[in-house]
Design a protein around this ligand. Structure first.
Ligand code: FMN
Length: 391
């Protein structure tokens, strides 16, 4: 939640917006394409004039011919007139625009003929989104060149990434086709088109190594964002807008996990480890193993609900204090001497060194097996674990 602006910060925020202008080098001011790019602004108020078919076809053609990784063209475009949109979705196009294109990151077509992304969902998704975004930008610039304005939408009116699941159902998309945004196109109504607050070049560009942003520049930019929002959207605020995003993000995350990672159905989320003492066990797992303490809640009879686990959200451990002689006998012997748990790493040497330094007991020297690099260690109770980096 952002603190409201003081009147002084509101005024200086607005002043900063009004000073923000495209800054082409003086000698290049007459370059028409550069001027189109620098003066392009998102438009959210359209005249009722239709876009002629040939103009719209030229916009789509710019998307078709956009650059892409290995020329894979990992995109699809679902094109609509306002009437077709109304028929399909049962509501008008946002901002009463006459045309729209839903931009889809699409690796489905490439999959049909090439095995380019074996077991690499993140790379596949990134490539798809990256290329489809470039196609979107090509359409946006082509439209500008033809006098047609547009705005890219990711949530307004169930139009993009935050409603990917909904759009996938509505458009009957196969796996590996993910809606990322809708661009609505039209002729802009006349009116003031102020420049939204853009960060200075010194903040976003660097040479050599990454430069942390100047805190004052970032604070000033945030003030301008809040001031600009309040000034141009009566009854709204940046806070409200961020609230809309927050309210949709949980569903969007679940939809994308299912669509991109194929996650869904059931998964193993929690395994019980019987321990002598809660705090001793928490110290071991958060220290030597680098786990996070996910939950520590009192229960009846002095028991606690203690969950520790990796920070990536994968399978966690319930640390359960032994309460009966049978349970005490299971401490350190949960699998009768077999390796009980498997700790997977993406950097064996780093984690082996770190755990050794933290005092973890290893029962052998690291080995290289057909299936990966592995070493057995004992947890604080004596259960055997494999530290493993798969081959
Ligand atoms: C992927 C993407 C999604 C966007 N989603 C929305 C949206 O849902 N609603 C909206 O009003 N604007 C949306 N915008 C437009 C941005 O708000 C706009 O680009 C930004 O404020 C900068 O303004 P400018 O395009 O005029 O430079 C989106 C832009 C992008 C690139």
């Amino acid at each position: 939640m952002l603190n409201p602006l003081t009147p002084r910060r509101f005024i200086s925020g607005l002043a900063r917006i009004l000073r923000g202008r495209p800054q082409p080098p003086p000698a290049l001011r007459d370059n028409a394409l550069l001027a189109t790019l620098l003066n392009r602004r998102s438009v959210r108020s359209f005249a009722p004039d239709p876009i002629p078919d040939d103009v719209f076809a030229a916009i789509l053609e710019a998307g078709r011919l956009a650059p892409s990784t290995v020329n894979l063209q990992t995109w699809s475009f679902a094109a609509f007139t306002a009437a077709q949109w109304g028929e399909k979705f049962g509501r008008p196009l946002p901002f009463k625009a006459p045309r729209a294109v839903v931009i889809l990151a699409d690796t489905h077509r490439a999959r049909a003929v090439l095995d380019v992304f074996p077991r690499s969902p993140l790379v596949e998704y990134t490539v798809g989104v990256m290329n489809a975004s470039l196609a979107a930008m090509a359409m946006n610039v082509a439209a500008e060149a033809l006098g047609v304005s547009s705005v890219m939408l990711s949530e307004t009116g169930r139009t993009g990434l935050l409603d990917a699941g909904y759009l996938a159902d509505a458009l009957a998309l196969p796996p590996a086709v993910v809606p990322i945004m809708t661009i609505v196109f039209g002729y802009a109504r006349p009116g003031l088109r102020p420049m939204p607050p853009k960060l200075p070049l010194e903040t976003v560009a660097f040479t050599g190594s990454y430069r942390e942003p100047d805190a004052r520049v970032m604070a000033g930019w945030l003030d301008s964002m809040m001031a600009g929002y309040a000034a141009s959207n009566l009854g709204s605020s940046l806070n409200n807008q961020l609230g809309v995003y927050e309210s949709k993000i949980g569903q969007a995350e679940a939809d994308l996990q299912r669509m991109v990672l194929g996650a869904g159905g059931t998964s193993l989320s929690l395994v019980t480890l019987v321990v002598r003492d809660y705090d001793e066990a928490i110290a071991f797992f958060t220290g030597a193993l680098g786990y996070a303490l996910l939950e520590d809640r009192p229960l009846d009879n002095g028991k606690r609900w203690v969950r520790v686990g990796p920070k990536d959200g994968s399978c966690a451990l319930l640390l359960a204090r032994a309460a009966t002689p049978e349970q005490e006998a299971a401490i350190g012997n949960q699998t009768g001497g077999r390796v009980a748990f498997f700790l997977r790493t993406d950097d064996f040497e780093r984690d082996y060194r770190r755990m050794k330094a933290a005092g973890v007991r290893f029962t052998e020297e690291p080995r290289r097996e057909e299936y990966g690099k592995v070493v057995v260690f004992l947890d604080l109770c004596g259960n055997k674990w494999d530290l493993i980096q798969p081959a």
